[in-house]
Design a protein around this ligand. Structure first.
Ligand SMILES: Cc1cc2nc3c(=O)[nH]c(=O)nc-3n(C[C@H](O)[C@H](O)[C@H](O)COP(=O)(O)OP(=O)(O)OC[C@H]3O[C@@H](n4cnc5c(N)ncnc54)[C@H](O)[C@@H]3O)c2cc1C
Length: 414
């Protein structure tokens, strides 16, 4: 089949790779000059297969006022006259029940573990240099209550096959000596040895090169304006470089999928959650963490990427078209300096702003639509790098009519 993948972020490129392995004639269209130049460019770099529990959880509700009122809060909310924002928030709040959170955890863990096995196969087979490490991840808690909640989640996840360990504050510092500045301030942490890290942009660029060598065509600098339909099918896509026809289309346009799908009546509940990253050069005098770290107090993640340290954070629900805010980036830099003062060269940090394509349930939307030749691979929120491989394989199997390797009922549209 001739298949057109719309979007060359990590999700679109992995989809194109698996489709080409299935023998399809694949074309990728992206508005940028190359792959992964938008949300997949400088994300947190964590391949966090065991930390996929949804944001919507009963424990979030009592924390919301504190988060919204704290000036240095990791979460920022600016109300807008946007029906999408209010619909998204209402669905988010409706998903904050124990049963919804547990059900989503089961589904997302299965997708996370599946993605882990698939990315390990790509690492073995494709020889892509992307600063990949199997370094484990330590999630830190400064308060006893947060740690107790995390232990309950760990016990639940153990029943689903996650291998994690609870550590005391001192044991966290013993495991990761770069945490010495926080000694005495930590209640403890949850350690997951099986987590990985890597540079999402390098991974996507490398996999795009592999796909190109397999015959995938790339059309860059072409903005998709419309999907053109006839007789209940999509027949072509209208771009700024002309119309492109194909037998099937996969939408993987990140947050912009919202605008393209709406005219077709496909109202996927996507909303941007904005965030920032810093990438520090690391020299011999620096002491960065070697394990990936998540500091839950500030909601900041740290991942070692070769001779760099990636720091990412902030979750800002500030509008469909809102851009970067220098104060939020400065706050991220200050919190990172306090946590890892010797982590890298803060004066020469590369800065970045990205928009997570988030659904209220934290679950991506994968597979079929009412149009028999239009497929979705969207809504990966904070976990698009982690979940890209499993999601792409689920969509590729659906297009081939093969049964999926994991249960996919939780990810279907509508
Ligand atoms: C601060 C931050 C930290 C994060 N940390 C992590 C992490 O540690 N681990 C993790 O797993 N995930 C993380 N994420 C999430 C992850 O980055 C995203 O989920 C992922 O990049 C989404 O990939 P995508 O391919 O769906 O979207 P994108 O990467 O945005 O790809 C969409 C593509 O579509 C193209 N496009 C859009 N509109 C059009 C159009 N009209 N015409 C043509 N092309 C178009 C864009 O140019 C882009 O290339 C983080 C995100 C942020 C913001």
């Amino acid at each position: 089949m001739r298949i057109c993948v719309l979007g060359g972020g990590v999700v679109g490129i992995v989809t194109a790779y698996y489709l080409s392995r299935d023998g399809h004639d694949v074309t990728v269209i992206d508005q940028e000059a190359g792959p992964a130049l938008e949300t997949s460019f400088a994300n947190g770099g964590q391949l966090s297969y065991s930390y996929v529990a949804p944001l919507a959880d009963p424990s979030v509700i009592p924390k919301l006022p504190g988060w919204l009122l704290r000036p240095d809060s990791p979460l920022q909310f600016v109300p807008r006259f946007e029906p999408q924002q209010w619909r998204w928030l209402l669905r988010f709040l409706a998903s904050c029940t124990l049963s919804a959170s547990r059900e989503a955890t089961v589904q997302l863990l299965a997708l996370g573990f599946y993605s882990r096995s698939l990315i390990h196969a790509i690492v073995r087979e494709e020889n892509i240099a992307f600063d990949y490490v199997r370094n484990g991840k330590l999630v830190l808690y400064r308060g006893a209550m947060g740690l107790e909640g995390a232990k309950r989640q760990m016990a639940f996840q153990a029943t689903l096959g996650a291998e994690q360990e609870a550590l005391s504050g001192q044991a966290c510092v013993d495991l990761e000596p770069a945490l010495a500045p926080l000694a005495g301030k930590l209640a403890g942490g949850i350690y997951t040895p099986s987590e990985d890290a890597g540079d999402c942009h390098k991974f996507t660029r490398g996999l795009a090169a592999v796909a190109a060598a397999r015959g995938v065509t790339f059309v860059y600098g072409a903005t998709v304006r419309d999907l053109l339909g006839a007789h209940g099918r999509v027949v072509a896509v209208r771009t700024t470089q002309g119309d492109v026809d194909a037998d099937a289309f996969v939408v993987a346009l990140g947050i912009n999928s919202l605008d393209l799908l709406r005219p077709l009546g496909i109202k996927v509940p996507l909303y941007p959650i904005n965030g920032y990253s810093l990438t520090l050069p690391v020299g011999p005098s620096h002491r960065p963490p070697r394990i990936s770290i998540t500091d839950t107090h500030n909601k900041v993640v740290y991942a070692p990427l070769g001779d760099r340290l990636r720091i990412a954070g902030m979750a800002d629900i500030t509008g469909l078209t809102s851009g970067p805010d220098a104060r939020r980036l400065a706050l991220l830099a200050r919190q990172a300096r306090e946590t890892f003062p010797a982590g890298g060269d803060y004066d020469h940090a590369a800065t970045w702003f990205g928009r997570r394509p988030a659904t209220p349930t934290s679950k991506p939307v994968l597979g079929a639509t009412a149009y028999p030749n239009l497929w979705l691979n969207v809504g990966h929120g904070s976990l698009g790098f982690t979940l890209a491989c499993g999601s792409a394989k689920v969509v590729t199997d659906a297009i081939a009519g093969r049964p999926p390797a994991i249960p996919t009922g939780g990810f279907t549209w509508p």
